[in-house]
Ligand binder design. Structure first.
Ligand SMILES: [Zn+2]
Ligand SMILES: [Zn+2]
Length: 366
């Protein structure tokens, strides 16, 4: 079958819209007619060659669509089901067996190697290999092949065009708060970075009833959005010291902090902002080999904690439908972050994401 897809051919260059051939799904694969796909920071990092994903490749890892064909071994979804395609996992390793799929021992190869486990690709162009299966989907295309491990069925009552970002960026932020940090009612929380992930964390903190919610960002427009979405306080660290300001607001620091920037200096400040027994989560990826420094006595003597978090530690089959329901009820309004583009406008969507003009772009396939 022929499909229309956005192909990353040259490092750092715009994606090109091309007609490709896609194989029929194998026995253990699912063909999805993609309705819309979110653009995530990771797509851009890979396009820029900062991870060893081979080019040419079809990126896209926040796909939402309708199942159009299933392999013989598939029982999880049927033709016609509305689905979100999330990150891929092996289903067999100790983490997967323990339902901690975001810590799959094969997370890296299953999501970034852009090939099936046997090394083949379902995508090609007149005989030329095009790498696919990025995050088990490659959903910057009108059709994508995914797997039982990364397909999540959602109720047809939800607006399918909106749901793609729940697959990665939105669940990363919300899950950090709800699944990893497990913030509860009345607690104080500071999020460092008010992009799509940070604002999702902030909205989740509001859902769980955090009393003090502080957003830290250098962009005043983002801080204004943070206030609209439930931040009780906002801090622009280009004007004041964030740690001092958080201590002033809370008296002794926050119970929970979350860094979404991956920047060592920001992480240090986030940990310094913690009250005794406070926990800081980190989820941003920085360059390989980046080190973090902490004030040892401050960290140790306060019983403070620092934890890495991937994909919001979510069990996607449970968490994605839950966030969709909260959104439908108006309690988790991530639609406020979204702007839609057509597939032909995908480079504009990427550009607007990079410049900060759009918080969360979604590319519609038709
Ligand atoms: Zn696994
Ligand atoms: Zn992502």
């Amino acid at each position: 079958m022929q499909i229309k897809a956005a192909v990353a051919r040259v490092q750092g260059a715009p994606l090109s819209i091309e007609a490709l051939d896609i194989e029929d799904p194998r026995d253990n694969e699912i063909l999805v007619k993609v309705v819309a796909t979110g653009v995530c920071h990771t797509d851009l990092v890979v396009r820029d060659g900062m991870l060893p994903t081979p080019l040419p490749v079809v990126l896209g890892h926040e796909g939402a669509g309708i199942v159009t064909k299933v392999g013989r071994a598939i029982s999880k979804v049927d033709v016609g089901d509305h689905v979100v395609m999330t990150f891929n996992s092996c289903g067999r390793c100790p983490s997967c067996q323990d339902h901690h799929v975001s810590y799959c021992h094969e997370f890296f190869p299953r999501n970034f190697f852009a090939a099936r486990a046997d090394g083949t690709s379902a995508l090609s162009k007149q005989g030329e290999r095009i790498n696919g299966n990025f995050f088990g989907q490659s959903s910057f295309a009108c059709h994508a092949i995914c797997h039982e491990a990364n397909v999540v069925k959602v109720d047809a009552k939800f607006d399918l065009e909106l749901l793609g970002p729940l697959a990665c960026g939105i669940q990363t932020g919300a899950g950090a708060v709800m699944n990893a940090l497990k913030i509860s009612a009345g607690k104080s929380f500071a999020v460092f970075g008010a992009g799509s992930v940070g604002l999702s964390a902030l909205m989740a903190a509001r859902v769980v009833g955090a009393a003090t919610i502080v957003a830290v960002d250098t962009n005043d427009d983002r801080l204004a959005m943070a206030r609209e979405l439930g931040a009780t306080h906002t801090i622009n660290p280009t004007r004041v010291d964030a740690t001092e300001e958080i201590t002033k607001i809370t008296g002794y620091g926050v119970n929970f902090a979350l860094d979404t920037t991956g920047m060592a200096a920001v992480i240090r400040g986030a940990v310094m902002s913690l009250a005794p027994m406070g926990t800081c989560g980190i989820l941003g990826a920085s360059a390989m080999g980046t080190e973090i420094t902490l004030d040892e006595v401050h960290f140790m003597s306060g019983g403070r904690r620092l934890m890495g978090i991937v994909e919001g530690e979510s069990v996607p089959e449970v968490f994605i439908p839950m966030l969709a329901e909260l959104n439908a009820q108006g309690r988790f309004p991530f639609d406020r972050l979204v702007k839609f583009y057509s597939l032909d406008q995908i480079n504009e969507a990427i550009h607007d994401s990079e410049t900060g003009k759009t918080i969360k772009p979604i590319v519609r396939m038709s």
